[in-house]
Design a protein around this ligand. Sequence first.
Ligand code: ARG
Length: 422
Amino acid sequence: MKTIFFMIFCSMLLSDISELPIGFTDEELRNKHLINNMGSRTEPPIGPVRSIAEYEPMQGVLIRYPFGISTSLIAAMAEDVIIYCLVSNSSENSAYNSMNNAGVNMDNVEFINGSTDSYWTRDYGPWWVVDGNGEIGIVDFTYNRPRPNDNQAPYKVSQHLNVPYYSADVISTGGNYMTDGFGISAATHIAYTENDECNTNDQFSIPLSSCEYVDNIMEEYYGIDTYHVVADPNNEYIDHIDCWGKFLSPTKMLIREVPTSHPQYNMIEEVTSYFSSVLTSEGTPWEIYRVNTPNNQPYTNSLILNNKVFVPIMNSTWDGPALEVYESALPNYIIEPFTGSWQATDALHCRVKGIPDLSYLQFISGDVNMDDSIDVLDVVFTVNHVLGMNTLSPNQIQLADMNDDGIVNILDVIQIVNLIIG
Ligand code: ARG
């Protein structure tokens, strides 16, 4: 009898650890001050830095075990990409078995050894940039929760994938961040209010007046020249932008919509008109799509993964119309609905995070100096390399090797010249 009670007690404890309740636990609230000690700062990457958007080519996704998503969703993602699963040593076998039993393609699963505190890999997982040398790296931030194991995940991922690691020491969270891949990002007010240096408590302005401290870090470390920080319109504790909006492409954006009788109607329309008034990186107005969420369905909390969009559904009559919005906004994508333990404040996007395709060349062949144009400077760079007067980086060698024969020589120079004279 005693042992049974003990087992029940232990399992209660364990379930408490693996599935933290909404917001902060009592202990986390007491430990909130620890957040400031979790951060660290490195030099920024070599500029110009460019942040990678969710809809760029991805080689994998980051999840953790115990899972926050169904094994059927994991199996679906493993059809196309690698599942990078953070797991503690002692749980690796169970993680393996539960995926294997569910028919996940285990050739596409890699374990990253490391304990985590929660399953919100979106929130604590790495943010990715391309540096001035065309190299992909991680620029870490300080997770806005006192969850030290989670906070260390980006470093562990950088070690596992052998990519450069930088850290900006700005307090943030991935669920409250989106970027267009061209220097524009957006977040709710906590991007400023949770950084004491901003010295603001503003939770109502759309947009907030800028906080130079955060904006400068965003520019230096992430290449963000335009940071839209707006009051969260949802009236929930979480204040994550992924609970109401999403960049679908560099020109398209999705924002939730509610009936006029909904208490948040005015504020949601206010953020929508703000985003209608600002421009995309192409200098055009955003094409804004609206998805109906009358009962606070988390339809904006989806994951774009290469040519697919995984959308959280609720088994409600509103699912169909939501999926149709995605289909019309992204006609070349496959839209795949998934059920789960979704909530208004926490759904599919919160629990998965894309890992960019590290082999994807960030510049076009011939753009050897990586300045986004092919001109005489690229010829000079290549000729100097051939003459042994400078050395190109591995990325640049790939860009200069026009005929793909593994060596950079006069034949490549001729091809670049031909490209220029057309
Ligand atoms: N209870 C979790 C927390 O407060 C929810 C995380 C939701 N994540 C998200 N991207 N919306 O940390």
